[in-house]
Design a protein. Sequence first.
Length: 411
Amino acid sequence: MDQRLETAIATPRIQIQAGELVQFALRALEDLKRLDESLYERFVASREVPLDPQASAASLRALWEQTFAGMSELLELCKSFEAEQAKQYGAPEPALEADPSFDFGELEGGAPAEGSNVIDFGAFDVGGLLDGFGEQGPEGDAEKWAKVIDKVLSIEYGLRSQQTEALERMEVALRSGEINHVLGLLDDTCSSASEGVHALVSMVYETFLPEVNAATVVPGYLTSLGRALLVRRGLAELATTLAPYNGILQSDMSIAHRDALSTIRETMKTFVGSVVCRAMRPADRWQMVEFERDLSSQAASVARLTSEGLVKYLDSLGSINQREVLLIHDQRAIEQMRESVANARQLLDISPRTAAEMIDRAYQAAQRLRGRHPATDELVVDLEKYPPSAETTDKMVLLERLEAVLAASGS
């Protein structure tokens, strides 16, 4: 158990329960984290040497059991807390069903089941689950833990419902022989489950150790939003890097073709080994690896066509912006920019220091839009010439640049 958490909780019973909750959650996250490479390896294997349907189904069921074993144990632990609460305080209120606006849809290859009302942890800010924690006056361990349990049971209900629905959909897909659909379903279910499990860890620390950043408890953890932003930005930077060299390769300047192709090959070699590529969905990651292999082995005349296909493929990956988690994020980022820029305009002469803080906030929000659209990207990259913290930066000029980003974003 984390020594800091043990010190922060005086009641032995609650100390043990909180420690178990965190321990089981971290174990579940470790199991879930291993899925990325497993999915990719299985996707590659299914393309190279297709298994017979029965062997594939058995293998994927085994992968499911392995991936969600830790989470199943965690859910049982959470359920035991409900029984203990009932013994100690009487029967709890009936669990509220999840808000139907948070549906479990958006899994690759299928719409949500009609009437589904399961929480999607990947579609909204997990921080919302923690609202109200750490804001009240002094409370004892029992009061704090009771509030944690209330939230734990809500998350347990959502996670268990997700698992049940996803497992049913996996069985339907397996019976139909839709192996790639199952791989996508596993990937999305794992992402949503990770969100909920991470929320449990955050909740315990936010309650008993609000000064500790829960991210330090789970180093390297990426939320669904964090992963989507990483991939979006990385793909945008890759497309920006490749475009001019591909342009040369497609031109009649044959004397420059060799150097342009060499740069494209090196760029792709670096990319497929990067954290961005590893964070991509298996099918997309596999396609990028295939492009890199082809480019590295093909003659220049053939590689020229492959390079053009790669650039067009990168353009098609702009569909990542239609993921719900990014749509919500971008809407919030643009709103934050708009509000901060408006406030900065009003405060520039009255309170320069506060105005500078508003400008910095808008600047950071703009950076999070990188990869959303090529036109916006050019303006966001241009912003880097005017860092808010630099004394030489003209705040009026920076405000104008930020307003240009807002205008290009459709705001």
